[in-house]
Design a binder for this molecule. Structure first.
Ligand SMILES: [Mg+2]
Length: 240
């Protein structure tokens, strides 16, 4: 199947979903580790300031970058996250190519990202980079929150290898892992940009089918059974 055929198939699935559920499918996209790479900007800042610590000289394999580090190195990692300029993050080329297509085929796409409260400019840096890299397309679709369980959506595409959110209320969305080294062995739905037209086709089709199978047919308000079922319809007309 060519890429154009895959897009056409996804577009048809999104149309079916929209027709049956009466709304567009809502796709929430995490930013860091999904649209934006950490492999360049973070080590660059870290090594520029803490080169004597000799960590992150290869790939980092943990989601929590302080994992397994000495207290001094862990403190330097935390300080880096508080101090670095988030507008230095570089988007995955595939994300830049795919996200506009998802909007074009009919998804309601929003960015669901958390900023670091200790790095107050990280929130505006995220808004800046998304506008820099996607123009007007995402400028008004950016949701910045410390708690993604408060957001409404069908799927949250997130690389975090654990529960996302801070409330005890279960989220309304399904967590779909964006595959990274640190979550690749976990069970559950997952995708990467390169196969996202297929992966999203499966997710959208499954949700449409589930909705169709659990939705009872509209009850007939006035079933025509042939015989009147209401007492007032059988009551005899009062005679003079
Ligand atoms: Mg992330």
């Amino acid at each position: 199947m060519t890429i154009h055929e895959k897009i056409a198939r996804l577009r048809a699935a999104v149309a079916d979903f929209t027709r049956l559920l009466g709304r567009k499918p809502v796709l929430l996209l995490d930013a860091d580790g999904v649209i934006y790479q950490w492999d360049d900007a973070f080590p660059a800042y870290f090594h520029g300031h803490y080169s004597h610590l000799h960590v992150f000289e290869g790939e980092f394999n943990a989601f929590d970058l302080t994992e397994g580090l000495s207290p001094e190195a862990a403190a330097a990692v935390t300080k880096t996250m508080h101090d670095m300029d988030y507008s230095e993050l570089v988007a995955y080329e595939a994300a830049i190519a795919v996200v506009p297509v998802l909007i074009e085929v009919g998804f309601d796409v929003a960015i669901a990202t958390s900023h670091m409260p200790e790095n107050v400019y990280s929130a505006s840096a995220k808004q800046y980079t998304l506008t820099r890299d996607f123009g007007d397309l995402l400028a008004k679709r950016v949701l910045i929150t410390q708690d993604k369980t408060r957001l409404i959506g069908d799927w949250l595409l997130d690389d975090k290898p654990s529960t996302v959110g801070q409330t005890d209320v279960p989220p309304v969305w399904e967590h779909v892992y964006f595959t990274q080294r640190y979550n690749q062995d976990l069970p559950g739905a997952r995708l990467v940009w390169e196969t996202s037209f297929d992966d999203l086709y499966d997710l959208v089709s499954a949700k449409t089918a589930a909705f169709a199978s659990t939705t009872a047919p509209e009850p007939e308000l006035f079933p025509n059974t042939g015989t009147p079922t209401y007492p007032w319809m059988t009551a005899e007309e009062p005679t003079a």
